[in-house]
Design a protein around this ligand. Structure first.
Ligand code: AMP
Ligand code: MG
Length: 322
């Protein structure tokens, strides 16, 4: 059986041996991408504190926009280091972690997790998975691991290592094979960053089970990709100063956000070498930084509309029209 897998997968699929877990964890520390099994679905993992590694996740998935990612931890104490862990979060964590529940909480001011993993939001989605292989992998990685489902954009979530190989085999450095996923559904997502706990996505843990512990949940209308209620929409990140796209230079009072070579007059450059992965990694941090300075607007150079540029332009266009 192992031999068949090896030939099908060109050595990318790693069985759950201690040596394989250790090398997959080392890959995470090196900024690489490792798909791994959890009890819900397979995740496409990268070091959550490494902006470029996170940009690599979006590139691999080929999604035309940035959506925030779920970040995985070994226990509640590690989670509480990076987000404000509320009383309700404590109650839910005690009831359902480790397990198929994701909580959206406010990032701490000094949160070390990449802003790109939050898609620029003030919040972060966090989870403690129960799969023993995921747990050991996270422990050895010694970093929180951001991981959306390990499939190309538009495909269904993978529940075996072979599914991941078919969808992303050429985009991952390794696939850590913990067998078929026991739950096989995505995690349930509860937003605790607003006044009333809100169900953002139904999943592996039933709404009733959660309501039995913390009382009635509000329910967000629309699916993952549909527009949310106005309350949710307003929480999409946009700078407080106007953004002007496809600019050649800054007007008076504007900051200039450049992209590519030959632009050294720029205040800030998303990527001097014109690398879209680097630009994606820098996008939210640079917008936020310019937003907090003396400027009255941000002029952004044209970004190529290919590869990760599509997601970058999607975000910039939303910021420019909001
Ligand atoms: P996936 O990682 O593919 O299971 O999907 C992650 C989903 O979690 C996103 O599409 C969002 O719907 C949701 N999510 C993650 N982070 C946040 C956040 N900070 N605020 C609201 N929703 C989030
Ligand atoms: Mg998905």
């Amino acid at each position: 059986f192992d031999q068949i897998k090896m030939t099908q997968s060109d050595d990318i699929i790693l069985g759950a041996s201690p040596g394989n877990i250790a090398s997959a964890a080392a890959m995470i520390r090196d900024g690489k991408r490792v798909a791994f099994s959890t009890e819900t679905v397979y995740g496409l993992g990268a070091d959550a504190t490494n902006d470029e590694a996170i940009a690599g996740i979006f590139e691999a998935k080929g999604r035309p926009s940035f959506n925030p990612l779920i970040v995985h931890f070994i226990n509640t104490a590690q989670v509480a280091n990076v987000v404000d862990f509320s009383e309700t979060a404590t109650v839910l964590g005690e009831a359902f972690w480790p397990g198929a529940l994701t909580l959206v909480l406010k990032r701490k001011i000094d949160c070390p997790v990449s802003l790109l993993a939050s898609a620029g939001l003030e919040t972060l989605a966090v989870r403690v998975p129960s799969h023993p292989l995921a747990h050991e992998f996270l422990k050895q990685a010694r970093a929180p691991v951001a991981a959306p489902s390990a499939n190309r954009s538009g495909q269904i979530s993978p529940t075996t290592a072979e599914h991941v190989f078919e969808s992303l085999g050429d985009k991952v450095d390794a696939i850590l094979d913990g067998g078929p996923c026991a739950v096989g559904l995505e995690s349930t997502i509860i937003d605790l960053s607003c006044d009333t706990p809100t169900l953002l996505r139904p999943g592996g843990i039933a709404r009733e089970e959660i309501e039995a512990v913390i009382g009635p949940l509000e329910v967000s209308d629309g699916s993952d990709d549909a527009p949310r209620s106005p309350g949710m929409l307003s929480r999409h990140y946009a700078p407080s100063i106007p953004i002007r796209l496809n600019a050649d230079k800054a007007n008076d009072g504007e900051a200039f956000l450049a992209f590519g070579v030959g632009t050294d007059a720029a205040d800030v450059n998303l990527s001097q070498s014109g690398n879209l992965v680097e630009a994606a990694a820098n996008l939210f941090a640079m917008l936020r930084m310019l937003d907090q300075t003396k400027y009255n607007g941000i002029a952004v150079m044209k970004i190529p509309d290919s590869g990760l540029g599509i997601a970058i332009n999607d975000r910039l266009e939303r910021a420019a029209t909001s």
